[in-house]
Design a protein around this ligand. Structure first.
Ligand SMILES: NC(=O)c1ccc[n+]([C@@H]2O[C@H](COP(=O)([O-])OP(=O)(O)OC[C@H]3O[C@@H](n4cnc5c(N)ncnc54)[C@H](OP(=O)(O)O)[C@@H]3O)[C@@H](O)[C@H]2O)c1
Length: 455
């Protein structure tokens, strides 16, 4: 078994569904260190490991306190910024509402207070730096290429009653951001781009998520220094996990985990294939599929990417372009003619026809992205030859209920804490260089996660 390098502290405090409070202690142990059994450090390609977070496990030491003073945003003055508590996840109640954005399953869950909210924590400081009136954000005024990403000075958003204001440390760059930039996915303009970030709550109306809580979340408008986020969407970052690590693993990790567990429900011994296996979602998918006991094949466009996918758990890799490999023929050979029980395809248009050829009878074809273009309309009769289960899932549909978000986020953090999941970051770009990050991810030269630093 190959040995990996530790990238996380020896202890983590995980937030899990079904727990009374979102914080619980895990005994420090050598076993809890992060080491990917499939990854040899010297063979990692174009990724860097996130430095170990040496902060203590208290909220106090992880707060990004800065002694600079800013004028207080007028919309913030009436908000509660001095209440610090441990918040039970289980205090949330759910109410559906139509989304103002584009995700039909996007739900809002107002968080109600429970008795545990009244308990203040002495370990958290009683003041946060004032919130400025304006901030830097990457906005799109018209759709197009990476050049339409403009760094703007914009007002700090004013959180509504059900929201908290988060000072973002890192925002994740995801391929979906390019769909909104180009207009493939419609949105009203001007648009502040971005779908995920990690940072610290700096203002909260009712203290349901206390000021000072380090959080990670998915919401629109995260290429920015501050975001107003529905309190129901934020998840506390376990102590021991840095904001950088949280932002790097959250959206893509939840995507990969829900696809493996819920979309395809992969079973031990099944054949699984991951396209773009060295990409952000891809590298996490190959690791998770090995964790659940699948036989994993990865495809990627270069030999370097194939090698990285193998180091992360793919037992076989196939060159998807520019080489001599015929993907369908190689799959037939590797699986002894059985075919693939679960195909995970974020590439889309370019790979869909081959998927139907190499899928096993009764297999799951999970088409979850459009990196090469949208899959054209499918003649449903094509599925009958092998009774294929064709899916086009989106993450929001699996975490729309707060209890599902907590469950999957908790399981994801557990995987990271247990050392079974490697977090590979391609690069961290300054917020002002978001356009360069888009050029890079679209050029197919990146592997793993791209992040923006929101300082
Ligand atoms: N459904 C959901 O809820 C959900 C959630 C998250 C992500 N996604 C989807 O998952 C996919 C991966 O997202 P990601 O953020 O992790 O990106 P990524 O995999 O890091 O980057 C995209 C990869 O796609 C491959 N690719 C193939 N044809 C391409 C083309 N014509 N142009 C650009 N790339 C091409 C490239 O890998 P090779 O060079 O190895 O081919 C490239 O590295 C995307 O399609 C995204 O939309 C879906």
């Amino acid at each position: 078994m190959l040995q990996g390098r530790n990238i996380l502290p020896t202890s983590m405090y995980a937030c899990l569904s079904g727990m009374n409070t979102f914080l619980r202690s895990r005994p420090p142990s050598a076993q809890s260190r992060i080491s990917n059994p499939y990854l040899r450090p010297e063979t990692r390609l174009a990724t860097r490991q996130i430095p170990r977070n040496n902060s203590s496990t208290s909220h106090q030491t992880s707060l990004p306190f800065r002694p600079r003073s800013y004028p207080v945003h007028p919309a913030i003055t009436n908000l509660q910024i001095q209440q610090f508590e441990v918040v039970p996840f289980t205090s949330c109640t759910a109410t559906a509402r139509p989304s103002p954005f584009c995700c039909p399953n996007d739900l809002l869950f107002p968080i109600t207070k429970s008795s545990a909210h009244q308990q203040s924590s002495p370990s958290i400081p009683a003041a946060m730096p004032p919130v400025p009136q304006t901030m830097k954000a990457i906005q799109v005024a018209q759709t197009g290429g990476p050049e339409v990403l403009q760094l703007k000075d914009v007002p700090v958003p004013a959180p509504s009653a059900a929201q908290v204001l988060v000072k973002n440390d890192f925002a994740g760059v995801n391929f979906i951001d390019t769909y909104f930039r180009t207009g493939l996915y419609p949105a009203s303009l001007p648009l502040t781009l971005g779908r995920e970030a990690a940072g610290t709550v700096v203002a909260s109306h009712d203290g349901s998520v206390p000021v000072g809580t380090r959080v990670v979340y998915m919401d629109q408008g995260t290429y920015a220094q501050y975001s107003a986020v529905d309190a129901s969407k934020v998840v506390p970052v376990p102590d021991g996990l840095s904001a950088e690590q949280a932002a790097a693993v959250y959206l893509q990790g939840l995507t990969a985990w829900t696809l493996v567990r819920e979309a395809a429900d992969v079973q031990p011994g099944q054949w699984a294939l991951v396209h773009a296996a060295a990409g952000g979602v891809g590298l996490l998918l190959v690791q998770m599929l090995r964790i659940v006991g699948a036989n994993v094949i990865g495809t990627a466009s270069t030999t370097d990417k194939c090698e990285l996918a193998r180091k992360n758990g793919a037992e076989w890799t196939i060159l998807s372009s520019g080489g001599d490999d015929d993907v369908v023929a190689r799959v037939k050979e590797i699986t002894g003619g059985h075919g693939i029980d679960a195909i995970f395809d974020g590439v889309g248009k370019a790979t869909f026809d081959a998927d139907l050829e190499m899928i096993a009878p009764k297999g799951h074809l999970v088409s979850f992205g459009n990196a090469s273009g949208v899959v054209p309309p499918v003649n449903i009769l094509r599925l009958g030859a092998k009774n294929v289960k064709l899916m086009r899932p989106v993450l929001n549909g699996y975490i729309a209920e707060r209890q599902d978000l907590e469950k999957y986020a908790g399981e994801l953090f557990e995987l990271v804490a247990s050392g079974k999941l490697n977090i590979a970051v391609h690069d961290v770009y300054p917020l002002s260089q978001a356009a360069r990050a888009h050029v890079d991810i679209e050029s197919r030269k990146t592997t793993g996660k791209l992040l923006l630093s929101c300082e």
